[in-house]
Design a protein around this ligand. Structure first.
Ligand code: ZN
Length: 208
C-alpha cells in the first residue's frame, strides 16, 4: 500500500516556490496578499476555513479570479486528530463543497489545522482527491506575531527550489505576515524564482 505523507517540499530543479496562506479569507489581510502577488505576477495557495468563506465570500471569489489556488482548511478549524473520524470527514466535506461553489472545480490540496494529521486524516484527504500539504518554515510562528525580522529569518532557511512556505492571512492581526511576505516575494522574484500554486508545484515535482 502506498504510504501517505504530508508534503512539505517537492523535488524539482526549477526555481519555483509555493507560498501558502492559512485561516482566511480575511477582508483586511487577504487583499494585501493578493496585491503583493499581483505586483510580481506570482500565484499562491490559500487554505481557507469554510466558515470564513461564508463570512467573506467576495474575498474568496477575488482570490480565485486572480488565478490563485484555494485549498481546504476545514470548516471550523478543529484539531482533526482529537475529534471523531466522522466529524473530521464532515469538517472536510463541508468546506470542499463550499470551495467548489466558489471555484466550480475540484479541490486538490488540503492542510490540516495545526498541521495535525494522522494516517486516518491523510486517508480521508486522499479519498476526497486531496494531497495533504505541510510547510518547511513552520518555526516562523507567524501567527504569534513574533516580529517581521523573526518571520523573515526563519523563512530564509527554506528558500530553495520546491519549497512550500506557510503564513497566515486570517484569525488575528496579520500585518507582520504581510510585511514579511512582501519582502520575501520581492527578493525571490529578483533572484529568478517563480511563485506557483501548490497544485502547480506538485505537477512539477519529480517525486518526493
Ligand atoms: Zn489554520
Amino acid at each position: 500500500m502506498e504510504q501517505r505523507i504530508t508534503v512539505k517540499r517537492v523535488a524539482t530543479a526549477e526555481k519555483v516556490i509555493a507560498f501558502t496562506f492559512d485561516d482566511g479569507p480575511n477582508a483586511v489581510y487577504t487583499p494585501h496578499m493578493l496585491e503583493i502577488f499581483r505586483e510580481v505576477g506570482g500565484k499562491a495557495t490559500f487554505y481557507m476555513i469554510g466558515e470564513q468563506i461564508e463570512a467573506n465570500r467576495a474575498v474568496a471569489e477575488a482570490v480565485y479570479a486572480e488565478g490563485h489556488e484555494i485549498g481546504n482548511h476545514t470548516y471550523a478549524h478543529p484539531n482533526l486528530t482529537e475529534i471523531a473520524i466522522g466529524e473530521a470527514a464532515e469538517e472536510m466535506r463541508r468546506t470542499d463543497a463550499i470551495i467548489r461553489e466558489v471555484t466550480g472545480e475540484a479541490v486538490r490540496t488540503f492542510r490540516a489545522p495545526y498541521l495535525a494529521a494522522n494516517d486516518d486524516i491523510l486517508a480521508l484527504a486522499a479519498e476526497m482527491g486531496c494531497e495533504t500539504i505541510g510547510a518547511l518554515n513552520t518555526e516562523t510562528h507567524d501567527w504569534e506575531q513574533p516580529g517581521v525580522a523573526h518571520i523573515l529569518d526563519k523563512s530564509r532557511d527554506h528558500l530553495v527550489p520546491g519549497s512550500i512556505l506557510l503564513f497566515h492571512d486570517g484569525y488575528g492581526d496579520r500585518s507582520q505576515s504581510v510585511e514579511a511576505v512582501r519582502t520575501l516575494v520581492r527578493e525571490l522574484v529578483a533572484d529568478g524564482f517563480r511563485l506557483v500554486t501548490v497544485r502547480e508545484l506538485l505537477e512539477l515535482g519529480e517525486g518526493r
